[in-house]
Write a protein that binds this ligand. Structure first.
Ligand SMILES: *Cc1c(COP(=O)(O)O)cnc(C)c1O
Length: 458
């Protein structure tokens, strides 16, 4: 039965688009640990970061006290092309599951890049332009971030250089061509263009690359090329800050109909989308206004929260980025080649890591085949073809809804649907052909990753 008062899609008006991002750190009791300079192992300063990142973004990265940052008008104007994003009541899924639970999802796939990543890409491109820079460099794995940054760079007339993990470069020609259409130059990584790329190729000839390696190349290129800076699609606190538009809109939409969430679920790669979704809810939880169950979902092949260590680690394989204290499998951990490229990262955003360590949120892992089964079930009733990454959240939302069916509880479940899966049809094909397998790293493989952790006397 469809309740009359809550529509299928809760749209906010353009005028209700958030005017500020919310900096969750300002309200955290235990703040995340500072980033460290990889050369000195001391907390990194603005000056030391300024060769790598844009000035304004460094301020956002290091600021743990200012609760709100104004969203500059040009960014807000760009957001209006695809925001506010709808909050959808999954009436059809509820009916299919026969659950008394009420399920909502925030859909971030309504733009050409197909995911939430454009929310931060446009902000980062704007600040680079404001600083008078010529261009930006970055890495991309599955290609969503590179696509988003290409779009944002084209909009502000910036040069955009993308290092794309070689295996994706070869297997995802369509992503590559979208980026080139928006004017980006795309290089398969590791490449001979950078010192770190040449070193890695010498050590591991024939390697198909990794995200960590592509990050190292992009950082080196930015720090050795005049007028360029490096930008990152997740993990950093500034990215999580930009992604809070997701949570702020979600909360505003729920508040409009006086709906109170009980459980909030999101997939966790580097943690920015999940952090952005939960930020205003976590604020209430920390302040004792209302309690929420918050669940991070990660692939069993890359279990940063559930099997990782909370310690300082390098953000990249090349060990040239600052170190962050986070849940990590070690920068040397090589996740299996699963079909959720956007979740194959060894570490986790420092804010989320601290919240998890403080017991303010939970984390679960799910198997690849059950994720695709959930994706299929969802697609057949809700219409949207979800990204494999997003489907991790779908899987756990369905599990929680089925638990409600058993107990008869009418819980309200909200999850983040981060993107669409049109460029992941090879993965869907494997699933449809019954050829997809599951993979959990062995204890030996996890230990091997930990062996790459830096030895710090702190
Ligand atoms: C990149 C990506 C993710 C992972 O996001 P994080 O913010 O790094 O956790 C999830 N879903 C989609 C569709 C993505 O492109």
């Amino acid at each position: 039965m469809i309740e009359e008062k809550i529509p299928y899609k809760i749209y906010l008006s353009e005028n209700e688009l958030p005017r500020q991002w919310y900096n969750l750190r300002a309200d955290m009791i235990n703040k995340p640990a500072p980033l460290l300079n990889p050369k000195t192992m001391k907390p990194i300063t603005k000056e030391e970061l300024s060769g790598v990142f844009c000035d304004e973004l460094i301020d956002q990265e290091l600021d743990e006290n200012t609760p709100y940052f104004d969203i500059p008008t040009p960014i807000r104007d760009f957001y209006k092309m695809f925001r506010p994003a709808p909050l959808i009541r999954a009436y059809c899924l509820e009916e299919k599951l026969g659950t008394p639970a009420k399920i909502y999802y925030k859909f971030e796939g309504n733009n050409t890049s197909g995911s939430h990543k454009l929310n931060s890409a446009i902000a980062q491109a704007y600040y680079a332009k404001e600083q008078g820079l010529k261009g930006v460099t970055t890495e991309t794995g599955a290609g969503q971030w590179g696509t988003a940054l290409s779009m944002a760079s084209a909009y502000f007339g910036l040069d955009c250089k993308v290092y794309m993990v070689k295996v994706s470069y070869e297997q995802k020609p369509f992503r590559r061509e979208v980026m080139r259409t928006y004017g980006a130059s795309v290089t398969p990584s590791p490449s001979m263009e950078t010192e770190v790329g040449r070193k890695i190729l010498e050590k591991f000839p024939g390697t198909t690359g990794s995200l960590g390696c592509a990050i190292s190349e992009a950082v080196e290129k930015a720090s050795t090329t005049e007028g360029y800076r490096y930008v990152l699609g997740s993990v950093l606190n500034q990215v999580l800050l930009h992604q809070t538009v997701i949570g702020l809109e979600t909360k505003a939409a729920l508040d409009k109909y006086n709906v109170k969430a009980d459980i909030i679920i999101g997939c966790a790669g580097g943690g920015s989308n999940l952090g952005g979704l939960i930020a205003p809810f976590m604020r209430e939880k920390i302040k004792g206004v209302r309690d929420y169950r918050i669940i991070a979902v990660e692939p069993e092949s890359c279990p940063s929260f559930t099997r990782g260590k909370y310690t300082y680690d390098y953000c990249d394989t090349g060990m040239i980025c600052p170190l962050a204290k986070m849940y990590t499998l070690g920068s040397g951990f090589i996740p299996a080649a699963t079909h959720s490229g956007g979740l194959r990262y060894h570490g986790m955003n420092p804010i989320l890591s601290q919240l998890y360590d403080d017991g303010l949120m939970e984390a679960v892992t799910v198997k690849q085949t059950e994720v695709f089964a959930a994706a299929q079930e969802f697609a057949r009733v809700e219409g949207i073809l979800p990204a494999p990454e997003s489907s991790h959240a779908i899987k756990v939302a369905i599990d929680e809804a089925l638990k409600c069916k058993e107990t008869g509880e009418e819980k309200t479940i909200v999850f983040g649907l981060t993107g669409t899966g049109y460029f992941d049809m090879v993965a869907y094909q494997r699933f449809n052909d019954g050829k997809m397998t599951d993979y959990a790293p062995t204890d030996e493989e996890i230990e091997k990753g930990f062996a790459s952790l830096p030895n710090l006397d702190l």
